[in-house]
Design a protein around this ligand. Structure first.
Ligand code: COA
Length: 335
């Protein structure tokens, strides 16, 4: 079996990997649409968040085809002992050992890059989960998905929720922007990213520490490199000017009707003021006007993240099963 490194300039190879992605997504997870070619190709080339990475694929028998691929992320700031990858095999080529061989390749690349742990994520109950168990991975944190079907939301619901939340959030003012983070907020957005370090995660992970420069250089990648539209709503603390909460949603014009919830974080000193609900209700009101064609929003949270889940359920998000589950394996445990 040939496993070839993808040349970032090779758009045909990226397209071939996208065909595998679409077939796998349709077979494994029909509840959500596949990524658009534009977003997939941009992610394949450089990932999101600025971590170095490599893409490898298995060419098919016909010129310009692929049967499998993976992208390995090799964090360079924190978690430099870890690598992350999800090997994907075309559904028509499964159960022939391709996944196993690709995984051994992933582990070799991880080892060569000085990593000792490989992380992955699989859909619960999927072929991926059976494969991971067979390969010797250990299951970790479960990540529940939820979807908000905006067609089911009664008129005026978000305005009412926003008003209720605002009643408990005296002393805060909402601000919003589209696209990349404005310079004036870089430092404060970094603070809200750092608040994500309080969210549940598996042991052994180091915290990602953001500052203004890292936000400028490494956040908003998807907005800088694709046509994806980004919406951000933040709550500023009137007394100090601190950014107390932030919520972000992305809309890919290549996937009409769908919106993807990005980060939502409330910084520690400002928790307990309904700022999660306030910013998210304001976001949904805004999207109803700015993106009237969007009728579904998808979000994911650690299944144990009770506060965020309570906010999402108040807004009308419903469980979308199956959820995801993180898995890890020591790089030395190649079977
Ligand atoms: C998981 C995946 C990569 C497996 O690819 P594959 O080429 O079928 O894998 P292999 O043929 O090497 O399977 C190796 C073993 O995994 C287990 N396995 C794989 N798919 C399975 C399934 N659907 N049900 C039960 N066991 C399965 C079996 O033990 C299999 O050995 P066997 O066929 O001799 O019984 C493929 O299903 C896929 O792309 N899934 C979506 C992405 C994903 O979840 N990736 C895994 C991340 S770790």
């Amino acid at each position: 079996m040939r496993i070839v490194r993808l040349d970032p300039a090779d758009t045909d190879a990226a397209r071939a990997c996208h065909v595998v992605h679409v077939a796998a997504q349709t077979a494994d997870d029909p509840a959500e649409p596949p990524q658009s070619l534009q977003v997939f190709s941009a992610w394949l080339r450089t990932g999101w968040g600025g971590n170095p990475g490599e893409v490898w694929f298995v060419p098919g028998e016909m010129d310009g085809d692929a049967v499998a691929w993976y992208r390995i992320e090799l964090p360079d700031l924190e978690n430099r002992d870890r690598a992350f990858a999800i090997p994907v095999v075309h559904p028509a080529s499964r159960r022939r050992g391709i996944g196993g061989e690709l995984l051994r390749h992933v582990l070799e690349r991880a080892k060569e890059n000085g990593r000792t742990v490989l992380d992955t994520v699989v859909l619960q109950g999927s072929a991926g989960e059976a494969f991971a168990r067979h390969a010797g991975f250990t299951a970790g944190l479960a990540e529940a998905r939820r979807m908000l079907d905006l067609r089911k939301v009664p008129a005026g619901q978000f305005a009412r929720l926003r008003e209720t939340a605002a009643g408990k959030a005296a002393g805060y003012t909402l601000v919003s922007w589209t696209g990349v983070t404005p310079d004036e907020y870089l430092e404060r957005v970094a603070g809200t990213f750092n608040a994500m370090n309080d969210a549940p995660r598996d042991e052994g992970w180091e915290e990602d520490i953001w500052d203004a420069q890292r936000v400028r250089e490494r956040a908003d990648e998807i907005l800088r490199r694709t046509d994806v539209r980004g919406y951000s709503v933040a709550a500023l603390h009137d007394a100090t000017g601190e950014m107390a909460a932030l919520t972000q949603v992305e809309i890919d014009p290549g996937i009409p009707g769908w919106g993807y919830q990005g980060l939502t974080a409330v910084t520690r000193p400002h928790r307990g003021h309904r700022l999660g609900l306030l910013t998210k209700a304001a976001m949904l009101q805004w999207l109803a006007e700015a993106e009237p064609k969007v009728d579904r929003i998808v979000t994911g949270n650690a299944a144990s993240n009770k506060h965020m889940i309570a906010v999402n359920e108040t807004l009308g998000f419903e469980l979308l099963e199956p959820g995801w589950q993180f898995h890890q394996i020591p790089v030395s445990d190649v079977r």
